[in-house]
Design a protein around this ligand. Structure first.
Ligand code: GLV
Ligand code: MN
Ligand code: MN
Length: 422
């Protein structure tokens, strides 16, 4: 079976989706349940329906577009990703897995393929933690890892709960109903940009595009650190005896960097990405600071040791500087492992398409991390220029995307079973 991708249409769709944004192009900002996110969802549902897929949404806005197979007794095989985008992101993160998944299905339809198992395209709600502070909301709820009562109570920066916001966005029904029983899907394959430099480097060295077959996804953890000191007038209050919360925060940020570097392992990373300073006035000593902390490693035990080291440093800095500190762990997830069967299907598909590939780990987390709790999973990575992601200049070429989509289509066909009617 020859898989033909309509590359022009797919490129056009990626550009069209990028226009649903709260940032000026080329940057994309599309925060979950914002007006732009809702407009993007409506546009996507039209594209899904145009392809003859049956579209349904759950109570948190996860969207399912199903190409019905000939054997309804078999669990479906699924693919998909997310389309929410962090502030000032690019246009490929997540999008390639949703629009690429759609194009893979359309390519199979054009090839005359009839799947035995249904093939379902899933667009997950809020893979990014931007609004509610916790990533992979949709897939966490589907897998049962995030409990409905805990999800409902998550709050955004305005203090609105997820429960209120999702209902205002038109997603009703009980959050309990989002959970999906293990066995519902026979497998889940996610196409995504690598977001790191390995494939791009290999491409430049070997002058051909390789794909990444993801064998493991690193274990992510995130926390919020709150530091309370004493504020006051920046001019009148003398330096001795100050309890400046931002000075303590600065030491903490450097301690995070140090702890992550101290393992000597390339796979350990630690980042403070948010620093909220109160009251945030040029002539006022900061009395309260909130920091976000993101620590990850492919080795969960090593990640936990680094996290503990950071927590000890935070307490020591707090004590020494006379400020109070509080650490709230938001999530501490295990790594995920890919299924050997799906990796074999991906390998076979790469070979059939004559595309180079390598096995690799994903240091970013993905909805696959949580789908792995209820189904066999694997991921397929395409290169992105310079390994750049979560930035407006994120870029994957049409050739790279096209190769990923062709391999995805072939893999879905293999996992679904079926063929062309004679
Ligand atoms: C996902 O966007 C991540 O932060 O890994
Ligand atoms: Mn992302
Ligand atoms: Mn992503």
């Amino acid at each position: 079976m020859k898989i033909d991708i309509d590359q022009q249409r797919l490129n056009g769709e990626i550009d069209a989706l990028a226009a649903f944004s709260d940032a000026e192009a080329p940057a994309v900002t599309r925060v979950v349940f914002s007006e732009q996110d809702l407009r993007a969802r409506a546009w996507l549902k039209e594209r899904f329906a145009e392809a003859g897929l049956a579209v349904r949404e759950d109570a948190v806005g996860n969207t399912f577009a199903r190409w019905q197979g000939t054997n309804l007794d078999l669990p479906a095989v699924a693919t998909g990703s997310h389309v929410d985008a962090i502030p000032h992101a690019g246009k490929y993160d997540g999008v390639v897995g949703v629009l690429g998944g759609l194009e893979a299905i359309r390519a199979l339809q054009r090839a005359g393929f009839r799947p035995d198992r249904s093939i379902e395209l899933i667009m997950f709600t809020s893979e990014e933690p931007t609004r509610f502070g916790l990533g992979c909301l949709g897939s966490r709820l589907m897998s049962g890892i995030l409990k409905p009562f805990a999800a409902a109570a998550l709050r955004d920066a305005e203090g609105q709960t997820l429960d209120t916001v999702r209902q205002q966005a038109g997603f009703h029904g009980s959050l309990e109903s989002v959970r999906v029983a293990p066995g519902t899907y026979s497998g889940f394959v996610e196409l995504h940009i690598e977001q790191g430099p390995i494939l791009d480097q290999q491409k430049r060295e070997q002058e051909k595009v390789p794909l990444g077959l993801v064998t493991h996804i690193a274990a992510p953890a995130s926390s919020q650190i709150t530091i309370e000191g004493e504020g006051g007038h920046a001019g009148a209050r003398l330096m001795p005896g100050r309890r400046d919360a931002l000075c303590a925060a600065s030491e903490i940020i450097l301690a995070v960097e140090q702890a992550a570097l101290s393992t000597g392992a390339i796979d350990t990373v630690g980042t403070v990405g948010i620093c909220r300073v109160h009251p945030g006035a040029v002539n006022s000593i900061p009395c309260r600071v909130q920091l976000s902390l993101d620590v990850r490693d492919t080795d969960a035990a090593r990640r936990d040791r680094v996290q503990a080291e950071i927590e000890a440093a935070v307490r020591e800095i707090g004590k020494r500087r006379g400020v109070s500190v509080n650490i709230e762990v938001i999530n501490s997830d295990p790594p995920a492992e890919s299924s050997p069967e799906i990796l074999t299907a991906l390998t076979t598909a790469c070979e059939a398409e004559g595309i180079a590939y390598r096995r690799m780990v994903s240091r970013a987390y993905h909805d696959s991390s949580f789908m792995s709790r209820i189904a066999p999973i694997a991921m397929l990575f395409i290169p992105c220029r310079g390994g750049v992601s979560h930035r407006a200049d994120e870029y994957s070429s049409p050739e790279e995307i096209g190769q990923g989509v062709r391999v995805l289509a072939r893999t879905l066909a293999m996992l679904a079973g079926g063929g062309r009617p004679v």
